[in-house]
Design a protein around this ligand. Structure first.
Ligand SMILES: NC(=O)c1ccc[n+]([C@@H]2O[C@H](COP(=O)([O-])OP(=O)(O)OC[C@H]3O[C@@H](n4cnc5c(N)ncnc54)[C@H](O)[C@@H]3O)[C@@H](O)[C@H]2O)c1
Length: 353
């Protein structure tokens, strides 16, 4: 394991949420894969975290799973306090009213409108009127989850990426009813948690990354199903092309770096030929109906022995830490951000003339 650079340690020491009265309290509902790493992130940021989970087995294993994530982050220099110390600030419970003191609650239950609405209603019954409620949905429009809420203005989307205690990604999504003050407060929280958040000013299914990622996945399935390439060929190409620059630059910066007009020429001919199917790909249906859940049950698009599946999980965690370290050495803003807007405005003026 590479020793973390001094710079990384300094950057990742997020502001501690301790005041003279002690650390502030936040909540997480749903201690599955994501809820666990979200809770680890919040503990690492200095909060007391109330974790609500309905499944007794998940409640039993939650402290061990949290400790594992926190120990790993501590060993890599991402956290100042030890995992054992941090996990003492977690309360694992089935009782929603334990959320009463939370300043913000992150809902991270299953991806279902009805379940999330029901859980949000339960959270609202337990917390104070000003408590923010952030829903960690992959693609459900936040406006749909605000329907019927008592205080929809404090409900917003908080989209995290796995492992949530390591990645710097966060999308803060405003539903139709979200107040600007709630969005501003969520952005402040996100930065204090060590994220580089993006704000979606208007609600749209899939937000930024999932709209783009699913467009890519649809095309990946098309290439495989139509016999142009194998699953492994598609994976290899994307790792070595997109994978070599996407942490450094998004698509717009990448076009700036590599010459814009050629992209317009390619778009003219290629866009009409891209796949635009609106149904779940055949291969996806087949793999799902075979019971495959990926490395978590050692069955996916690739074959795994249980040991290989575990090894992939470990490698993914290792890589997530290393890529974070690399990314922090290449900040998004190198002092030229102000130049972007005027350039676009000028272009618009030209178009209007
Ligand atoms: N897995 C990812 O990489 C990822 C990334 C971004 C967003 N998300 C979104 O995050 C959410 C959670 O995903 P996950 O992968 O952690 O799912 P998961 O199935 O691992 O976890 C969901 C957890 O919620 C619990 N739960 C269900 N109903 C509950 C209730 N009423 N009260 C308390 N706990 C309840 C379940 O017992 C389970 O432990 C989903 O909406 C998903 O789309 C996932």
């Amino acid at each position: 394991m590479a020793a973390p650079s001094k710079r990384l340690v300094q950057r990742s020491r997020v502001r501690s949420h301790r005041s003279e009265e002690g650390p502030s309290t936040v909540g997480v509902v749903g201690m599955g894969l994501m809820g666990t790493s979200i809770a680890a992130c919040l503990l690492g940021a200095g909060h007391c975290v109330v974790c609500i989970e309905i499944d007794p087995e998940k409640r039993r294993t939650a402290p061990k799973r949290l400790l594992h994530l926190l120990n790993e982050a501590h060993a890599r220099g991402l956290l100042v306090e030890s995992g054992v110390e941090l996990v003492k600030r977690a309360t694992i419970s089935a009782e929603i009213f334990d959320l009463i003191d939370a300043q913000i609650v992150v809902e991270s239950t299953v991806e279902s409108v009805s379940v999330k609405r029901e859980v949000i209603a339960q959270i609202e019954s337990a917390v104070k009127a000003r408590t923010l409620i952030g829903t960690n949905t992959s693609a459900i429009p936040v406006t749909e989850l605000q329907l019927g809420a008592q205080h929809p203005e404090r409900i917003l989307g908080l989209h995290w990426a796995e492992p949530a205690n390591v990645t710097r990604f966060m999308e803060v999504i405003c539903g139709k009813e979200t107040s600007p003050a709630s969005a501003a407060q969520a952005m402040r929280f996100a930065r204090q948690w060590g994220k580089e958040p993006s704000l979606l000013r208007k609600d749209i299914r899939g937000f930024i990354t999932n709209r783009i990622m699913y467009a890519m996945m649809r095309e990946a399935f098309f290439l495989v199903e139509e016999g142009y390439a194998t699953v492994a060929d598609v994976d290899r190409s994307l790792r070595n092309d997109l994978g070599s620059w996407i942490t450094f630059a998004g698509p717009f910066r990448f076009m700036d770096l590599t010459g814009i007009p050629a992209y317009a020429t390619v778009m003219k001919n290629l866009l009409p030929e891209l796949n635009r199917s609106t149904s779940v790909p055949r291969l996806m249906k087949k793999v799902v109906s075979s019971g495959a859940r990926g490395v978590s049950n050692a069955k996916g698009f690739y074959r795994y022995t249980p040991a290989q599946a575990t090894r992939w999980e470990e490698l993914f965690m290792n890589f997530s830490h290393e890529i974070r370290e690399v990314a922090t050495r290449y900040p998004e803003d190198v002092g030229d951000r102000a130049a972007v807007k005027p350039a676009i405005k000028k272009e618009r003026r030209k178009v209007r003339k």
